[in-house]
Structure formats: structure tokens, C-alpha cells
Design a protein around this ligand. Structure first.
Ligand code: ADP
Ligand code: ZN
Length: 437
């Protein structure tokens, strides 16, 4: 029933497996310049880890450590053991590089195949990867997983909607990988082409790589006429394949045979009980070339308490609500872009694309939300639009506790991003920070 028997492993056996693999990872890490020094300074070796919780003996690894160790301060094998590298997309600053040995590519592909199997894809299905290739792990990472599962894999890459559609039809594609912002854009394209949701054969979309709300998922499902499954990953942990929804669509199973996942209080670093939202911290258990110990992802989420209907025993992560570093502080309130998306997507008059602009006026920080609206509302009379405007302002204020300026714009007037959507345009110039290095 499962792709791997380990998906249904008992929690006790899982803890034993994690402990054994944690020891092995720590032993491997002694060979890395960064961890070797750190572990020796702390006097820690593999024998100090006798349960998964012993991981707390280790300090966190943060993005700045990876940057400082760029390009190869984390490698645990000789240079010629590596066959691939990826570089994170750098959404929040300088990029970081992750290297893979042949074994690492192999175990990663296997995990991705497991995820695709969990949503219902099978050997012989046709799979189109509609995400960018290149350094972005969503390209090759998903590609290798799809091939591993035995799918006929179409490496379409991102963009060029007309060609995507031709490929989807010509090859009778069953499943796709697509980032949510492009999925919404593609849905609009299909409407314009006069294609009804049920016209295409496809049944599954894997959507991830950027935060999106439950409502955005439902919209994607309706527009495209398929089931969409949340896919979570990050370059530092290989890329996609870290946590994935199963057919139950009730949170993402994080593969605990391959990672130790913790949720910690972002300020104190203390572990939080299941159900509480905090920062996700991840440790690799199956990586030979560049293991990472207690890496702070900066992604905010929680463990969903209880068991999943599918019978998998690996815990589930809730939807990522944002990153610790994408919080906007405006007029003394903490605001996450996903709260704004949440409010917008609740209104059917609103089209999927929006942009949050931050600027200064009279030395005060201001927030303006540019919202694309559906064509028929845009074409309606001034009163209809004014009424919508008023409702939007009120709804956003209820959600973020600040009254934003709202601008209603025509559908398609906010240029879609090439890769991950850029939701915030921060023009609050603090000269001393921006110029310089
Ligand atoms: P970058 O950090 O530069 O964007 P990555 O391509 O490695 O580079 O992106 C990983 C990040 O993308 C994650 O840390 C997370 O913030 C975001 N992400 C990935 N998958 C999801 C998802 N399913 N939901 C929300 N955010 C996601
Ligand atoms: Zn499940």
C-alpha cells in the first residue's frame, strides 16, 4: 500500500532508527570543517546521542553559518565524491550552496518518488514538471523523483503557457508539478483559451515552493480541475521531498526516517509541544556529503496533533504560514503576507495576484495592497467597485489590525514573477542599510 514499508513504522522503531542515523550523521560531520571544529569544541561525538531528543545537545545551525562556510565549508567528503550542487533561490539574501554525492541524489530521488506515490501517482503515469529547472531544486529534484517512480517525465520547465498546454494534451499528462502562483496564472490562461476544468486528463498537481493558503489551493483545484497537494522542501534539506501531503490532504507528512524535525520558539529556541506554531528546525539523517544538524529553516508551522487517516506514522506539518524573516512590522503591528492573502482569497471578486507595497510618508511607514480583481467587477460601475473597496479595507483591517490603503487594479496588471511570486515590495528606504555593502 505504501511505497516504503517505513512509512507505517511504529513510533518506537522510528525513534530507534532516528537514533542510529543521528549517530551516523554526527560521525560523518566530524569530517566537515565547520562541524568538526564545533563538535570537538563541545566535546561531542556519536556516542553522546542515545535518543532523538539528545539532538538538543547540539547548537543550531543558521543560514549565516552556511553563508560563512560558502562555498565548501560543510563538505564531509573529498571533492571528487560530489556529483551535483544546487544553490538556494536567495529569496532572502545571499544564496547558499548544497552539494550532493551520488548516494545523496539517490536517496533524495527516492524520497520524492515516495511523495508522488503518496498522492496517488503510479508507474506508467505521465508527469509534467512545470517548474523552473537550473539551480532551483524544484526542477531536477522533482524530475529525478518522477523518473524513479517510473513516470514518463516531461521536463517542460516554467512559463510558456501555450506550449505547456500543448504538451499536457499531446502526451495525456496525469500529474504536474507547478508553483502555486503560476498555477493560478495558468488557470486564468486556460479560461481565456476556453478550456473547461474537466477538459484535460490531469488529476494531480504537486504545488509548493512558496507559501499559499488553503483557499488558494481550493481555487487552483477548481480552476484546473484536479487535486492539488502541498509539497514542502528547501534546498538546505535537498529540495522538494521533505514533507508532503498524502491523499487525505490533511497536512504534510515529514519523512522522519530521513530527517529529525523540531518546532521551536523562534525567540528562545526552546522546543514547543505539538500543536503550537513555531520555527521548524531540521536535521538530515541520510546525507553523506553535506549533512546539516539542527538547521533553522525560519519557516513557521506546527505539528498537527493526532494520527492521519492514511495510516502513515510520520508526523504532519501544517501549512507554512510564513518565514520568521518575512514578518512586516507596520505601525507597531506584526503582519505576515499570508494573513493578507487569507483575507483576499476569501473574496470571490478578487483575482489571484496581489502586491503588498510598503513605503514611507511623512516619516511614517505605510502599507498599500494592490489587488487584481475579476474582469466583470473591474468593468462594473463605480458604486460596485467602491463597495468592494470598502469591504476589502475592512476585511484587511480585521485581519492585520492596521488600515491599509487598497488599490483595485485590472486582472493581469501586476506582472507575474518568473519563479516564486514576489508579494512584498518594500520601498521604505533606510539609506544607511541599503547602500553600503
Ligand atoms: P529560498 O529560501 O531562497 O526561497 P529555496 O528554493 O530553497 O530557496 O526555498 C525554500 C523555501 O521555500 C522554504 O524554506 C519555504 O520558505 C518555502 N517553501 C517551500 N515549500 C513551501 C510550501 N509548500 N509552502 C510554503 N512555503 C514553502
Ligand atoms: Zn496521511
Amino acid at each position: 500500500m505504501f511505497y516504503d514499508a517505513v512509512e507505517g513504522i511504529s513510533r518506537d522503531s522510528l525513534a530507534a532508527l532516528q537514533t542510529e542515523r543521528l549517530r551516523r550523521s554526527v560521525a560523518t560531520c566530524l569530517a566537515s570543517p565547520f562541524y568538526g571544529k564545533r563538535l570537538r569544541a563541545l566535546g561531542l561525538g556519536p556516542e553522546d546521542f542515545n535518543s532523538p531528543d539528545d539532538i538538543r545537545k547540539l547548537p543550531f545551525t543558521v543560514k549565516d553559518d552556511l553563508r560563512a562556510g560558502y562555498p565548501d565549508g560543510f563538505l564531509c567528503q573529498p571533492r571528487d565524491a560530489f556529483i551535483r550542487l544546487h544553490v538556494s533561490s536567495g529569496t532572502t539574501g545571499a544564496p547558499t550552496a548544497v552539494y550532493y554525492t551520488a548516494n545523496d541524489v539517490d536517496s533524495w530521488s527516492h524520497l520524492v518518488a515516495r511523495c508522488m506515490h503518496a498522492v496517488g501517482l503510479r508507474r506508467g503515469d505521465v508527469f509534467q514538471n512545470m517548474s523552473g529547472y537550473g539551480l532551483f531544486t524544484g526542477g531536477l529534484g522533482i524530475h529525478y523523483g518522477a523518473e524513479r517512480l517510473g513516470c514518463l517525465t516531461v521536463p517542460a520547465g516554467a512559463g510558456n503557457s501555450k506550449r505547456q498546454l500543448k504538451l499536457l494534451r499531446d502526451f495525456g499528462v496525469d500529474g504536474v508539478h507547478i508553483i502555486p502562483s503560476y498555477a493560478l496564472h495558468f488557470g486564468h490562461f486556460l479560461q481565456q483559451e476556453g478550456i473547461e476544468p474537466g477538459d484535460l486528463k490531469w488529476r494531480f498537481a504537486l504545488i509548493g515552493a512558496e507559501p499559499h493558503t488553503e483557499r488558494a489551493r481550493r481555487r487552483i483545484e477548481e480552476l484546473l480541475g484536479l487535486k492539488a497537494f502541498n509539497s514542502y522542501g528547501l534546498t538546505e534539506m535537498n529540495g522538494p521531498g521533505v514533507a508532503f501531503e498524502c491523499a487525505a490532504q490533511a497536512g504534510m507528512h515529514v519523512w522522519e526516517d530521513a530527517y529529525i524535525a523540531e518546532i521551536v520558539d523562534p525567540v528562545s529556541g526552546e522546543p514547543l509541544p505539538d500543536g503550537e506554531v513555531g520555527e521548524l528546525v531540521m536535521t538530515t539523517l541520510c546525507r553523506d556529503g553535506m549533512p546539516l544538524l539542527r538547521y533553522r529553516t525560519r519557516d513557521l508551522t506546527r505539528f498537527i496533533p493526532g494520527e492521519c487517516a492514511c495510516g502513515r506514522t510520520h508526523r504532519r506539518l501544517d501549512r507554512i504560514t510564513g518565514r520568521t524573516d518575512d514578518m512586516i512590522i507596520i505601525k507597531g503591528c506584526n503582519v505576515f503576507p499570508m494573513q493578507i492573502e487569507q483575507a483576499l482569497m476569501a473574496m470571490p471578486e478578487v483575482a489571484p495576484n496581489y502586491l503588498i507595497e510598503l513605503y514611507q510618508e511623512n516619516d511614517m511607514d505605510q502599507i498599500r495592497v494592490k489587488v487584481e480583481i475579476q474582469d466583470e467587477v473591474f468593468a462594473a460601475d463605480d458604486r460596485t467597485r467602491a463597495a468592494l473597496h470598502k469591504r476589502l479595507v475592512a476585511r484587511l483591517r480585521d485581519e492585520i489590525l492596521v488600515t491599509p490603503a487598497v488599490e483595485l487594479v485590472r486582472r493581469g496588471s501586476i506582472p507575474p514573477a518568473e519563479g516564486k511570486a514576489v508579494r512584498v515590495d518594500d520601498r521604505r528606504v533606510h539609506e544607511d542599510c541599503r547602500s553600503g555593502a
